[in-house]
Design a protein around this ligand. Structure first.
Ligand SMILES: Nc1nc2c(ncn2[C@@H]2O[C@H](COP(=O)(O)OP(=O)(O)O)[C@@H](O)[C@H]2O)c(=O)[nH]1
Ligand SMILES: [Mg+2]
Length: 262
C-alpha cells in the first residue's frame, strides 16, 4: 500500500458528500478514494468490518487529508447498513445529499461533479447512474440486471428507473433515511434496488445519467463479494416483498399517476 499526499482539494461542500461503503476491497480502494478526493470534498469511507489492512491504510490517508473522513465499523454489517450508518452521521452534520460509490474502482469518479450538479439543480430528485458496460463485462451480470430492472419498473409502474442495481447515485438523505429506518431490510446487496423502488413510492423522481462501469479481472485487482446463489436469493426475496408492497400501494400509485404525478 502506498500513501501519497492528496491532490489539491476542491472546495468543501456543506450539503453534498461522497460516501464509499467498503468491505475487504483489495488494493484498488486507495486509487478509488484518491480519485474521488480529486473530484470532491468531503469524501467519507465506511470501513465495514474489513479484515484486510484497509482500515489502517485509509486512516493513514485521512490523517494527511482533512477532506477525507474514515469511519471504521467493528463488525461487517453489509453495504446498506454501512450506508445508513454514514447518512445518519452526515445528516447530524447538516448534509442533505449523498453520492454513493463502490470502493473497488468500478465506478467513474470523474463524473462526481456532474452528478452533484444535477442533484443541486433538482434537489428533490435522485440522480441514478445507468451503467454503460464495456464489451468484456460478464454476460451473467449484464443479463441478470435486466431481470431486476424489469421487476423494479413494474413495482413502480414505470416511474422512470433507468437501472435498479447500479450503486453510483446521488440520494436526498432525508427520504432515504425515512425509507431505511422504516424497515429492517436493504442492509446488504438488496440496498440499491430496494432504495430506488421505495424512493419512487415516496414520490422521489429518478434522473438517469449514463455512467461507464469497469470490470477488473482478479489479476488486475478486481474483487467481488457478490455471491450468485446467496445474493440472487436475497434479490428474489427482495422483489417478492416489493411486489407485495406494490400490490398494496397500487390504488395510490394509480391515483397519483392519473392525476399527473409519478
Ligand atoms: N460496507 C459494505 N460495503 C460492501 C459490502 N459488500 C460490498 N460492498 C460495497 O459494494 C460494492 C459492490 O460490491 P462488490 O462486491 O464489488 O459487488 P459487484 O461490484 O456487484 O461485483 C463494493 O465495492 C463495496 O463498496 C459489505 O459487506 N459492506
Ligand atoms: Mg464491484
Amino acid at each position: 500500500m502506498t500513501v501519497s499526499s492528496p491532490s489539491p482539494s476542491p472546495s468543501a461542500s456543506l450539503s453534498h458528500l461522497v460516501l464509499i461503503p467498503s468491505y475487504n476491497p483489495g488494493p484498488k480502494v486507495y486509487d478509488t478514494v484518491r480519485s474521488a478526493r480529486a473530484q470532491w470534498t468531503p469524501v467519507w469511507v465506511v470501513v465495514d468490518g474489513s479484515t484486510d489492512d484497509s482500515a489502517a491504510g485509509l486512516q493513514a490517508m485521512a490523517a494527511q487529508d482533512p477532506g477525507l473522513h474514515v469511519i471504521v465499523l467493528p463488525k461487517n454489517v453489509g453495504k446498506g447498513a454501512a450506508v445508513l450508518h454514514g447518512i445518519d452521521r452526515a445528516a447530524a452534520q447538516g448534509f442533505t445529499h449523498v453520492l454513493t460509490m463502490d470502493s473497488d474502482g468500478q465506478h467513474p469518479a470523474q463524473l462526481i461533479p456532474d452528478f452533484m450538479a444535477r442533484s443541486s439543480a433538482e434537489p428533490a430528485a435522485m440522480v441514478l447512474g445507468v451503467p454503460v458496460f464495456a464489451a468484456d463485462a460478464p454476460r451473467l451480470r449484464v443479463n441478470g440486471r435486466k431481470v431486476s430492472n424489469g421487476w423494479a419498473n413494474l413495482e413502480t409502474l414505470w416511474a422512470g428507473i433507468g437501472d435498479s442495481l447500479f450503486g453510483f447515485r446521488v440520494y436526498p438523505i432525508e427520504p432515504l433515511r425515512r425509507v431505511m429506518h422504516g424497515q429492517r431490510w436493504m442492509r446488504r446487496f438488496d440496498f440499491d434496488p430496494e432504495a430506488v423502488v421505495r424512493m419512487c413510492w415516496l414520490g422521489v423522481k429518478p434522473v438517469n445519467v449514463p455512467a461507464t462501469v469497469k470490470y477488473f479481472r482478479a489479476d488486475e485487482g478486481g474483487v467481488s463479494h457478490f455471491n450468485y446463489l446467496r445474493d440472487n436469493l436475497l434479490l428474489s426475496w427482495m422483489h417478492s416483498r416489493l411486489f407485495l408492497g406494490f400490490v398494496l400501494r397500487l390504488p395510490v400509485l394509480l391515483a397519483r399517476r392519473l392525476s399527473g404525478g409519478r
